[in-house]
Structure formats: C-alpha cells, structure tokens
Design a protein around this ligand. Structure first.
Ligand SMILES: *Cc1c(COP(=O)(O)O)cnc(C)c1O
Length: 376
C-alpha cells in the first residue's frame, strides 16, 4: 500500500536529529518564548528573505493575526473586503470572516488552479482593502499582473503560504527569483505536520518586511502585550512552543532537497500518466510549483479513487466541498459571490483527486502510481 503521506517515514528521514533536538528542549526546562523559537524565527526569515518572522500557533492564526493587525493599525475596518480565491481551504476564508471582514470570492484559472488575475479588477469596490493570494497545492499564485493591480488600487497583498514553503517565483522577466512568503506585504505559513515544512503538531508563522506590522502581530499573538503584564491590545495566545521550533529548525535544513524530490516525482507523473480520462497539471502553468499536492482532474473522480485504492494507492481529495457551499456559511451575509456563480471552483471540487507525491516515495512507488492511473 502506498500511503498518501507517510509521516513516520518523513520524520525518520532525519535520523535522530529531531528526537535529539526535542530532547534538548525537554532537558533545558524552558518551553515558551525562548531561544529555539528565536533561532527558528531568524533562520526562517533569512530563508524566506524577509526582515521579520513571527512564529505562532498555526496557519489559521497567522492569517488571522495579519488582518487583525492591519485593523488595529487603522488600515481596515469591519465590513471591508478582501479578495480571495473561491477554491481554497476553509482557513483562508475563516481568517477573513473572524475579523468581521468580507471575503470576495474570485474564480481560479483552471490551468493553474490559482486565482484568475483577469477577474480580480472587476471584483474591486471602494471597500476593497487587500488581495489574499493562496499558493494552492504549492503552485505560485503571484503574478506581475496582480502586483500591478494591487499597487494601482492601493491594495495590500497577503499571501497564504500554507502549501508552498520553498516555492520560488521566477517572474516573467527572468530577474532574481524570490520565495513565496516574501512577495506581498505579509504572509502566513502553516507548519501543520502534513505540509511541505511540517512540525510535530500545530505551528505557524508570519513573515513580513513591515516593522510596525511585525511588532503589532508579535504583541497581539502574546496577549496584546509588548512588556510583561502591560496590555496594549485585547490580544490572544497564538505562541509557538519551543519543541516545535526546535523540530522545525532541523527540518528546514532539508526543505529544498525535499522539494527537489517532489518536483522530480511530479515531472515523472506528468510524463507517465497518459490516460485520456485524466487531466494532469501542465508544466508551463506549474513551473514554480513545489507540489504540496499533485492534483489531477477526472469527471469520474470517485470511481478513479476506488480503482486506485484497489491498486494499493491511497489518494485524498482537496477539497470535496468548496467554502461557499459549507454549512458554516449558509445564509452568511459576509461572503460575496459573483452573480454568475463559481462554476470553475465547483468543477475543481467535483473532479480533483490528489495523488501521492512526496520525498519518501521510491521510484518504484511512483511507477506503481502511474500504472494504477493508466489502468483506469
Ligand atoms: C493548512 C492550511 C491552512 C491552515 O493552517 P493550519 O496550520 O492548519 O491552521 C491555511 N490555508 C491553507 C491553504 C492551508 O492548506
């Protein structure tokens, strides 16, 4: 049986390094707001290429904290609008509605599965304050065109980088490449165990070049306090613990190699899958991807999934129900949908199937996946 993602094997790739790092924290007797978190923040900011990294509890909180800090700094207020792709994980949308802001859902381009830049401008209203780019499946959602729209309309760009750690945006001009997480005004990262960079539990981070935003987020994430027992904001507890930071510091050293292996496997899948009933991501639209997820489309998705299970290949669906169809938003007056509906989003949610694609797979595993897909 080829597991979708064998986390035990992912951890085992680091030998004793992770256990040793955790052991040092346990023995050290200091578990929060300590040297391991500080070290990871420095290391991750340097890796992403931003002035600041604020470690926090998880990806949802990272997204929430960015928008909350902008509100706190007077950049946005209740009822303001944030443009966001309609096909995303619920956390992107929750971070907006939790801040009493309105998500304006925009369709993706079916080829990249990322927000369609051509549709953004018509979604802008006088209340629009930001564009949230979700680098979904580890593909890059940022384009020069979107950056241009944001600057012309004075909009912030917030990146949801939960699925794209280590993804390099190369741009159309072939200039110096920059990592996702450094492309907009602020970015949220999730280190949920299954992500390309995963912790041993929940963890997340914000990266930004903005000094004032960074200080505000750091305060809100620590009860609204910048000095012990003095509270400037009604904050939260969104701290990362020392054990997670120590484990992440070890894992970060291997991220580029892990992603290189994911890219190799994705290329093999793209080349090897020849079943006419299945659409694979095309290289030209997925050039920068780090393949957190390898998504294929099939109109007979559920039968395909059953066939693959019978062939010993475990798959997942990302995601079966789009956010605007979820019970939690039934009758909500916060979501803004285009009047023509969201047919492309719904197509992706109906047809998407995620194949195993990760650094612990062998070449034989990859061939087994290809054969299983082609025999459908
Ligand atoms: C995983 C994920 C999140 C949330 O991260 P958590 O750490 O689980 O809170 C947000 N957005 C996207 C796109 C994700 O995949």
């Amino acid at each position: 049986m080829i597991k979708y993602l064998d986390l035990k094997a992912v951890t085992a790739m680091h030998g004793n390094e992770i256990t040793d790092a955790v052991q040092r924290v346990v023995a050290g007797g200091w578990y929060l707001l300590g040297e391991h978190v500080h070290h990871f923040e420095q290391q991750y900011a340097a890796y992403i290429g931003t002035r600041h990294c604020i470690a926090c509890s998880n990806g949802l909180d990272a997204l929430y904290l960015i928008l909350r800090a902008w509100k706190q700094l007077g950049m946005m207020t209740d009822g303001d609008e944030v443009i966001v792709p309609a096909n995303t994980y619920i956390a992107s949308i929750l971070a907006i509605t939790d801040n009493r802001l309105r998500p304006v859902l925009v369709e993706p381009d079916i080829r990249t599965m990322q927000i369609d830049g051509k549709l953004i401008e018509r979604a802008i209203t006088p209340r629009t304050r930001a564009i949230m780019l979700v680098h979904l499946y580890g593909n890059c959602a940022y384009t020069d065109e979107i950056a241009d729209i944001a600057s012309r309309h004075g909009l912030k760009i917030i990146e949801d980088n939960a699925q794209a750690h280590g993804c390099r945006f190369c741009g159309s001009t072939g200039g110096k490449s920059r990592l996702t997480g450094s492309l907009g005004d602020a970015a949220a990262h999730s280190f949920y165990p299954g992500k390309n960079l995963g912790a041993l539990g929940d963890a997340g981070a914000v990266t930004t070049d903005d000094d004032r935003l960074a200080a505000t987020i750091r305060s809100i994430a620590n009860y609204g306090s910048s000095k012990k027992y003095v509270f400037d904001y009604c904050g939260r507890n969104c701290r990362m613990d020392e054990i997670q930071a120590a484990a992440l510091s070890v894992k970060l050293t291997n991220l580029d190699a892990d992603n290189a292996r994911r890219r190799e496997i994705a290329a093999a899948l793209v080349d090897g899958i020849s079943n006419p009933r299945i659409t694979v991501p095309l290289r030209e639209h997925w050039r920068d991807a780090v393949w957190h997820i390898f998504p294929i489309l099939c109109t007979d998705r559920d039968a395909l999934q059953q066939h693959l299970t019978a062939c010993g290949v475990q798959t997942l669906i990302h995601y079966p129900i789009p956010p605007h169809r979820q019970q939690c938003y039934a009758g909500s007056d916060l979501l803004v949908l285009p009047c023509e509906g969201l047919p492309i989003t719904e197509q992706i949610h109906n047809e998407e199937l995620s194949l195993p694609c990760n650094q612990v797979m062998t070449d034989a595993d990859v061939q087994q996946v290809i054969d299983a897909v082609n025999s459908f």
